[in-house]
Design a protein around this ligand. Structure first.
Ligand SMILES: [Zn+2]
Length: 307
């Protein structure tokens, strides 16, 4: 039976094409032949844009300009690749509110107006966030001294293993303060590591804290991973307020260097935590517990820390 099917396939042009496609498919996928593809807010095959995106995200997040997702940047870039990530990022942020500008407004700028993606019917069917967005969170760390090393839904390889990163990795030196991003309750404090050490067998993001909060009837869980040993300033059941120091940065567990793994869930679903941050929030004035981050020799600090 198998032989019969094979001889039919080999004997016809259609059959040969089918066989060629089956063999070629994985090769084409590895070569990224199909390019980036936006599905349900997630850009498949995004690794080719990761370095450039991280560079532009860092520049703007450090300067506290605001946040623009890779998805929003590619909405315009894939329509016109003479545009730079840098200019798209800038054009999509409102300088005062530091929020994303609705696509229809960006499309009123002449250089975008001419693009196909700026036609009204394409904007409405794009599925892009185009509403006034709520920004209920404060920053989880002082962005100005930190470096983003991995963005939400980035396709990447860590310790030889490919994964999609459903969080943000934000590098800084050990013990840099980590903050509660919303008024809430401490759900768990798990600090199994007593040394600031990497453990590639770990599955729980090292020492970690989970905080729940409810904002405008929405239930969030904020997860902070790889924290420094014994740095927790909270315990289960504690009430915390926005901007309160909860722990310090570390590299405990499955990590490659000192960084904060910042992950947010809404009703049990993982979501883009950076999109909730109010970039006008001033951590310095949040409470008396603020201590300036302890930085290494800044010029020599080149973080590339992940997971
Ligand atoms: Zn991470």
């Amino acid at each position: 039976m198998k032989k019969k099917i094979l001889s039919i396939l080999l004997g016809s042009t259609v059959g040969l094409v089918v066989i060629a496609l089956i063999i070629l498919m994985p090769v084409l996928m590895i070569m990224n032949f199909f390019g980036a593809n936006i599905t349900d807010g997630y850009i498949e095959n995004n690794s080719e844009y990761a370095d450039e995106y991280i560079k532009v995200a860092n520049k703007n997040i450090k300067a506290k300009n605001g946040y623009v997702s890779l998805e929003r940047i590619l909405y315009f870039y894939l329509a016109d690749n003479t545009l730079t990530f840098d200019e798209i990022y800038t054009d999509n942020i409102d300088k005062e509110t530091k929020k994303l500008i609705p696509i229809s407004e960006v499309c009123s700028i002449q250089k975008y107006k001419v693009l196909d993606v700026c036609k009204a019917e394409n904007i409405s069917s794009s599925g892009q966030i185009d509403e006034e967005q709520a920004k209920p969170f404060s920053p989880p760390i002082d962005f100005s001294s930190s470096t983003i090393t991995s963005f939400f839904m980035e396709e990447r390889v860590v310790y030889g293993e490919a994964n999609v990163h459903k969080a943000w990795d934000i590098a800084n030196s050990e013990k840099t303060p980590v903050y509660a991003t919303c008024d809430g309750k401490v759900e768990s404090v798990s600090f199994p590591y007593s040394e600031n050490k990497i453990d590639t067998n770990d599955t729980q993001a090292g020492n970690n804290i989970k905080i729940s909060c409810e904002v405008n009837d929405l239930k969030y869980i904020v997860f902070y991973g790889h924290l420094f040993p014994n740095s927790s300033k909270v315990k289960v059941g504690d009430s915390v307020s926005k901007g309160q120091v909860i722990a310090g940065v570390g590299t405990t567990g499955y990590s490659t260097g000192n960084h904060l793994h910042y992950q947010v869930y809404l009703d049990g679903q993982v979501i883009d935590g950076m999109s909730l941050v109010d970039f006008n929030y001033d951590l310095d004035n949040s409470n008396g517990d603020f201590k300036p981050p302890m930085l290494p020799d800044n010029d020599n600090f080149q973080p590339s820390y992940k997971n």
